[in-house]
Design a protein around this ligand. Structure first.
Ligand code: IPD
Length: 272
């Protein structure tokens, strides 16, 4: 066995955000330890949708700690079956968001952990184990990178806005997504495709991207990052008056959001 998944057991915690943060740091330590190993790589929904042995080991570690510390909570994770709960708390776990970057050795990937309480995301943590950055937020408590409070994106005109996006794993959907981007690109400042939705959302929170949108995300991809972006002051939306979801996750500064979101609606970005 190349990895037994062992990390020092965590102390008891007081808040969901603290627990998300501790788990993300423990997961990051595991990822750093094993990122140069010869790990197995499998595919999931399509040949381009990959999962590694490290993803599975890291998710098992996070699930094990949640079962130990919060046995009554539900858990939804990217690489294993859902666990039912009775407490009203549900965790969304992505052990490595940006698995393709992880496989390639590109340093843009992250552990993403969020907690939902009675249907609202109340805690989130996104940790890039390579840069060491630790983004976290609690509902109503602001968003932070480490100890530094995040102020959200800059004020910028649509024509200068640098917008992050991502593409799904289904080839036909990708073709439609690229058609939207082809029409959008001449009307904005530029496009970025970083490869980790969680880090894209934190980049908006940190003012490194002016906006971000993507269709087809899963809750473990977007839940923590959307809370962090929203707590940093960004406007979050699912377009056409809907809340953000896997159908559409759109985030921008409050000055830019009305015009950008209207343009995305006009282009049918949520109907690909
Ligand atoms: C993926 C990344 C990527 C996004 C995909 C996601 P994964 O997550 O967030 O940036 O474009 O839609 O599935 O598969 O690496 O956990």
């Amino acid at each position: 066995m190349w990895c037994d998944g062992s990390v020092t057991p965590l102390p008891p915690t007081t808040t969901l955000t603290e627990l998300a943060t501790q788990l993300a740091l423990g997961a990051g330590e595991l990822i750093r330890t094993h990122r140069h190993d010869h790990f197995a790589i499998d595919t999931k929904s399509t040949p381009t949708d990959v999962v590694t042995e490290v993803d599975r080991t890291v998710e098992a570690y996070i699930r094990g700690e949640l079962a130990r510390q919060r046995p009554d909570d539900a858990v939804v994770g990217e690489e294993a079956d859902d666990r039912e709960g009775t407490s009203g708390v549900r965790w969304f776990v992505d052990p490595i968001d940006g698995t393709v970057n992880f496989v390639l050795g590109l340093p843009q990937y992250a552990v993403s952990i969020a907690a939902e309480l009675d249907g609202r995301i109340v805690a989130g943590c996104v940790h890039n184990p390579i840069s060491g950055e630790l983004f976290h937020a609690s509902l109503g408590g602001g968003a932070f990178a480490g100890d530094e409070r995040l102020g959200g994106p800059r004020q910028v005109a649509l024509a200068r806005a640098v917008v992050g996006t991502g593409f799904g794993y289904d080839a036909a959907r990708r073709a439609r997504q690229v058609a939207v981007v082809a029409t959008l690109l001449p009307r904005i400042g530029d496009i970025r495709r970083i490869g980790s939705a969680a880090l894209d959302l934190c980049a908006v929170a940190a003012g490194r991207l002016d906006a971000y949108f993507e269709v087809g995300l899963n809750p473990w991809d977007w839940s923590a990052g959307v809370l962090i972006a929203s707590e940093a002051g960004a406007t979050v939306s699912g377009l056409r008056g809907r809340p953000p979801s896997g159908t559409m996750t759109a985030v921008a500064g409050p000055g830019l959001a009305p015009e950008l979101f209207a343009l995305l609606e006009e282009l049918g970005a949520d109907d690909v």
